[in-house]
Write a protein that binds this ligand. Structure first.
Ligand code: TYD
Ligand code: MG
Length: 467
């Protein structure tokens, strides 16, 4: 009797739950924690009260076709014809275009050009139904942007300035678009849970709803996600495992160049990247980056050399510049733009030890063209040559390029895909390339027109360059 009278009270209790989330990585905990056990950050837990309307989590999206078990050999390949974005650079990063039914996350810092890239894509697809959902800009602002960036307007491009996901799904069911763009996931709000938009529980819920939508509807959804430099705003990071493809839009605010890098791709390689340039009328793709990264000049200056690097699967020539001057103050300055400062210090130590340069009392500045940040270790040899050239104040011929990694004992180490680097150098009219002698294996010198300069040690390269 007593037990029965208690039961209804328990069932009628409010369904609000309080969770603590790590702002850094999105880890969930029932209690507040000083240090996140998942990412190790301190004081990053914040409480969020989640009030669930009903138990329909992730099921609020329209049911287009209910999935049923199918034999793998009965699944037609028609469904996997990729949608071309009309930009070869963008298609390239996506592994050949957008896969229908996939969920793509485009992350990047505010103001880098995410909305511009996706609106441009939506407008350049011809007579292709696209729904662009914006929670950030009004329709007239979007129209203004559209006028600025595109001469050809896709007549089937629809704009929706709505943030409630349940409302959005109603429109999608009615409109039946073939591509949905969500700008941005942080502004979306699901009516099923009661917490502020942009909070971790909202971002997770909205992403789960959009995932369900694109898997059942068979059309792709692109989510825009903001990320800040210090990574304090959680969001894109916690979504990485939900989505099929993660693209990162990066670039230096002071330069026009923008790189779309693939971080995760269930339908293609992650080593691809696309290069764009921001103009007053939108983004323009750069199909041959080498040509812009090599400054065209009539005179040779000391300290400037050219490296043959690989960015993803693509060979690229990039100019490295160094300036070595006597330090005015007691502590010499060391500065590197586009290159890791610790790695530069290591290269300077190798130069001191192996080539006898006294760089301890010199200021050294290093700069990569175009504001790019280079990770490929093959750039080391070119940086060494730049520093040497500036230190002795003798210019290196502008038709010479370099590709090699430096070892701590001054040995020039082999690099991957040397044939591709050499053929890119040939194509761009270089007539000499310095690289590791260990890369000679498998190379057929008869097929190569450019002069090959294989070197084993940094001292050998120095002698060949400046004697
Ligand atoms: P935007 O796409 O709004 O960035 P995000 O969506 O990533 O926050 O791009 C904003 C920047 O791009 C802004 O600083 C202005 C610049 N921009 C141009 O230089 N040219 C253009 O044609 C457009 C549309 C923007
Ligand atoms: Mg934007």
């Amino acid at each position: 009797m007593y037990i029965c009278s208690l039961k209804p009270n328990v069932l009628n209790m409010a369904k609000s739950t309080s969770f603590f989330y790590c702002k850094n990585c999105g880890n969930q905990s029932a209690t507040w924690l000083g240090k996140c056990p998942a990412c190790g950050s301190w004081n990053s837990y914040e409480e969020e009260v989640v009030h669930r309307e009903d138990k329909q989590k992730g099921k609020s999206s329209p049911q287009f076709n209910k999935p049923i078990p199918k034999k793998i050999n009965e699944i037609s390949l028609e469904q996997t014809v990729r949608i071309s974005t009309t930009y070869s650079e963008f298609d390239h990063v996506l592994g050949g275009g957008i896969v229908p039914g996939s969920l793509i996350l485009l992350g990047g810092e505010p103001g880098i050009g995410k909305s511009t890239l996706l609106l441009q894509t939506a407008l350049s697809l011809q007579d292709f139904p696209v729904l662009y959902i914006s929670g950030e800009e009004s329709d007239s602002q979007l129209k203004m942007r559209a006028e600025r960036i595109s001469s050809s307007i896709n007549k089937e491009c629809y704009i929706l300035t709505e943030t409630n996901t349940q409302e959005i799904f109603k429109h999608i069911e009615q409109l039946q678009p073939k591509l949905v763009i969500v700008d941005s996931i942080q502004t979306m709000q699901s009516g099923l849970i009661d917490s502020a938009s942009g909070s971790i529980s909202q971002i997770k819920e909205c992403a789960a709803e959009f995932q369900h939508l694109c898997k059942t509807g068979g059309f792709p959804v692109v989510l825009i996600g903001h990320i800040t430099k210090d990574g304090t705003i959680a969001g894109p990071k916690i979504l990485e495992h939900i989505v099929d493809t993660v693209l990162q839009f990066e670039g230096d605010q002071h330069y026009g160049y923008r790189i779309v890098r693939c971080i995760k791709n269930r339908f293609g390689s992650t080593s691809e990247l696309g290069i764009f340039e921001m103009h007053s009328n939108g983004l323009r793709e750069i199909t041959n980056p080498s040509e812009i990264l090599i400054a065209s000049r009539d005179e040779n200056f000391s300290g400037n050399t050219i490296a043959a690097i690989m960015e993803g699967n693509r060979p690229m020539m990039i100019e490295t510049q160094a300036l070595v001057s006597s330090a005015v103050y007691g502590t010499p300055q060391r500065s590197a733009t586009g290159f890791d400062l610790r790695r530069m210090n290591m290269l300077l130590a190798v130069l001191e030890k192996r080539c006898g340069f006294k760089l301890g009392a010199k200021d050294v500045f290093l700069n990569m063209a175009g504001g790019f940040h280079i990770e490929d270790p093959a750039i080391n040899l070119s940086i060494m040559a730049s520093i040497l050239s500036s230190a002795v104040d003798i210019a290196v011929d502008s038709k010479t390029c370099f590709a090699g990694e430096m070892g701590l004992s001054g040995e020039v180490r082999p690099v991957s895909r040397i044939e591709q680097r050499i053929s890119e150098a040939e194509k761009l009219g270089f007539n000499r390339i310095f690289f590791s002698k260990y890369n000679m294996k498998g190379l057929d010198p008869k097929k190569i027109k450019i002069k090959l300069c294989p070197v084993g040690k940094i001292e050998e390269m120095m002698r060949q360059l400046f004697e």
